[in-house]
Design a binder for this molecule. Structure first.
Ligand code: ADP
Ligand code: MG
Length: 728
């Protein structure tokens, strides 16, 4: 019996764990495991409560005295809910979250046990975190790193199963020299800058706006594979994706998985993690089956960007943990299976004011629509001017498989606005006026009287566009499922902040020169529209024609990660980041280096896994199978059944031809890896990995997948696609 068949048997006999759904209403349950505003109001003195509320709302600094009071309240709250430990919870540049638990328990000088959590421990910690990637920002003599409390993201209790609960405090992570080593620090800086720039532009239209909050709703796609089968696939275990596997006869052609009925076992998993997420204050709302078999999606209601990103990182961690209980492995890799869709993480982004206006929502009033168009066109112009940087911000070894593969947006950055908006803009350019109002509501005439009138939305959709306007927000669809959304959001916030600041500057100059406000606005917007027009595209982003057309328009189409990452360190990027103070040139170079290195390491691991699986699992099995065939052929020959022996010999020859090529290719790939490993310059090394070493992956795969069809199903060592994808 192969390991695979044992695993399959286990997977086949699984039953969903029986769950007792919580009896509380979701509204009562929501946020119950967070140190929420309500909890603070109850436990803190009015003075401390006001100070911390101000810190959250306007970013004012919390003094140590208040920190002392907050830490005492946090401690008693956490302990009363069963916590034994606390940790600063942060997001280093590894792509996952990090935590190092300290016990509340401590000893006094005279040896008595006490429970302690001082204000200083809440505010700042020094994890021995010298092994996190720093891209050269830390030399060994200054290897210290500090984490610092972010009061704007509520502390929460993480249930570690039998290990008890830990109080997690969302934090930034910086080096001894004060440089950012994480995603949160630059994200927070970018949010402050965007608030500032957007608020001052708002002043041209609404003087009562004091604050603009960028909002984000993250749709998360993922695959589920039974745990036993996952362990029967060393490639999944090591790399998060299958490096071999013949496509099953039925994949996603029938579109029967998308929005299909959710199986009880999957539903139990979803319900379970959703309840836990809700308790952690993560507003999960939507669940459905995705396009590929075995693929699903979860989407929350949008929140302020920093919170949405913390919540997404926490959700991914939570899903893995709850998956254990249900014997599911959650795959967040962008392309776990060849031949069917990969996974993305759509980032829905907008700007909202403290007066309750969504700045990216068109209205029925032309005057307000001038404000809307101002924000819209500033975003379009920012994306146009920094398209390559936006592309860089979503580049990774995993996402490289997905972009441009006709299942996800191409690696050409373009913006979709939709017909109605485009005509509004054209009107603006041609007439200098916007008379067009948001279209009257349109009702479909179905001719079925019992069905209430269905309303048509007057903005259309385009699933093939990487960056599309969807009625009242932009959706960055090209983001990979495994990525930390902070990466694209830091870029988007920064470039839009810069762009809005430029707009404001020009407006001020024109107004000072005596120009009328509306005229000045329209003049600038007309120019923006003309200057950025080439990035607007309404057609099919998956088509070959678009690739051609984009080339004619002079848009970049950067498919390789190592090329795309270069945009992090161009002059225009450095200028944009230094101007806003979001990242210094040194920090950008460090990030660039970390991403390149990450890319190299991922491919290095994949390449080694491919060698190992090809030789030690596939070829070795195949050779044994050949031996069986040879015995049969010989027996037939002995019986003088030469004609009958011939097809068997044919299979033996067929198998041998593939084995010979596999062995040769694996050898060549290993040699190419050796060459790459000896190259000092990181970019050159990444290029060799990406263009040469990786080139062998598909070639080897082709022959292995052929063998999968030639070998007796009983003998094949690796769990097959049909087993992993259709078992629910
Ligand atoms: P879809 O039709 O794409 O499913 P939804 O309205 O359900 O559109 O939105 C998808 C995601 O976009 C959700 O996470 C939702 O909360 C988020 N979203 C909606 N409005 C905004 C907004 N103003 N800012 C940011 N995200 C938003
Ligand atoms: Mg979706």
């Amino acid at each position: 019996m192969t390991f695979r068949s044992k695993a399959f048997e286990i997977a086949l006999n699984r039953v969903a764990p029986s769950l007792t759904p919580p009896t509380e209403k979701v509204a009562d349950l929501y946020g119950s495991n967070t140190f929420s505003d309500d909890v603070m109001r109850t436990l803190l003195s009015p003075e401390a409560y006001i100070k911390i509320s101000n810190a959250i709302r306007s970013g004012s600094t919390i003094d140590r005295e208040v920190a002392e009071e907050v830490s005492a309240a946090m401690k008693s709250w956490a302990i009363s809910k069963g916590a034994s430990h606390y940790t600063h919870w942060f997001q280093p540049l590894t792509g996952s979250t990090a935590e190092k638990h300290d016990s509340f328990f401590d000893l006094t000088l005279d040896g008595k046990a006490v429970e302690k959590f001082k204000g200083s421990a809440l505010v700042q910690q020094e994890p021995d975190a010298s092994s996190f990637p720093s891209g050269g920002l830390r030399a060994t003599f200054e290897a210290r790193g500090y984490t610092g409390w972010d009061p704007s993201s509520p502390a929460f209790l993480m249930d570690n199963g039998a290990g008890g609960k830990t109080l997690c405090i969302p934090s930034v992570f910086i080096s001894y020299t004060g440089e950012a080593l994480d995603y949160k620090a630059p994200l927070l800086r970018s949010l402050v800058m965007l608030d500032k720039a957007a608020t001052s532009v708002c002043q041209f239209f609404n003087r009562d706006v004091d604050k603009v909050t960028p909002t984000l709703g993250i749709e998360q796609e993922y695959f589920l594979v039974d745990k036993a089968l996952y362990y029967a696939r060393p490639d999944l275990l090591m790399t998060g994706r299958t490096v071999f596997g013949h496509s099953p006869a039925r994949g996603q052609q029938l579109d029967d998985h998308y929005f299909g009925s959710i199986s009880p076992r999957v539903n139990a998993f979803m319900a379970d993690f959703e309840f836990e997420a809700l308790k952690l204050g993560i507003p999960v709302r939507t669940r459905h089956n995705e396009v590929a078999p075995g693929q699903f999606e979860c989407a929350p209601t949008f929140e302020e960007v920093n919170l949405a990103i913390d919540h997404n990182a926490l959700l991914m961690d939570l899903m893995q943990k709850i998956g254990e209980k249900h014997n599911f492995q959650v795959l967040f890799h962008e392309k776990p299976f060849a031949g069917i869709n990969g996974s993305g993480k759509h980032n829905n982004w907008s700007l909202s004011t403290d007066t309750g206006i969504n700045l990216l929502a068109p209205t029925t009033k032309p005057k307000e629509n001038l404000r809307f168009l101002t924000f819209l066109l500033n975003v379009v112009k920012a994306v146009h001017d920094h398209a390559d940087l936006l592309r860089a911000s979503i580049s990774s070894a995993g996402n490289e498989h997905r972009l441009g593969a006709n299942e996800a947006p191409p690696s050409i950055v373009s913006v979709f606005l939709g017909g109605e908006l485009t005509s509004m803009l054209e009107e603006l350019v041609n007439k200098g006026e916007i008379t067009l109002e948001k279209g009257e509501n349109f009702y479909y005439k179905l001719g079925i009287t019992r069905i209430p009138n269905l309303q048509r939305d007057n903005t259309d959709r385009n699933r093939t566009s990487p960056f599309c306007f969807t009625g009242n927000k932009f959706e960055y669809r090209a983001v990979g499922s495994a990525l930390n959304s902070a990466s694209p959001m830091i870029v988007l916030n920064t470039i839009v902040a810069n762009q809005l600041a430029d707009f404001k500057k020009e407006m001020d100059e024109r107004l000072n020169a005596g120009e009328e406000k509306k005229v000045a606005t329209v003049e600038i917007l007309k120019r923006y529209f003309t200057e950025s027009k080439k990035i607007l595209f309404e057609g099919n982003g998956y088509s070959e024609e678009w690739v051609e057309e984009a080339k004619r328009r002079g848009l970049s189409n950067i498919s390789a990660t190592y090329d795309a990452l270069g945009a992090y360190v161009t002059e225009s990027t450095i200028q944009a980041f230094e101007k806003t103070g979001v990242l210094s040139s040194r920090e950008l170079h460090a990030r660039y280096e970390i991403e390149l290195e990450n890319y190299v390491k991922k491919l290095q691991i994949e390449s080694r896994v491919i060698s190992d699986l090809a030789l030690n699992h596939v070829v070795s099995t195949v050779v044994k199978y050949q031996f069986k065939l040879a015995q049969t052929a010989r027996a037939l020959t002995d019986l003088e059944m030469l004609e009958e022996a011939e097809p068997i010999k044919e299979i033996i020859r067929d198998i041998s031809s593939h084995v010979v090529v596999i062995k040769k290719l694996v050898h060549q790939m290993t040699e190419s890896r050796k060459v790459a490993n000896n190259v000092e310059d990181l970019l050159s090394r990444a290029r060799i990995y990406g263009s040469e070493v990786k080139g062998y992956f598909d070639e080897i795969r082709y022959h292995v997948d052929k063998l999968e069809l030639l070998i007796d199903d009983e003998d094949w060592p690796l769990a097959k696609y049909r087993e992993m994808l259709f078992l629910e």
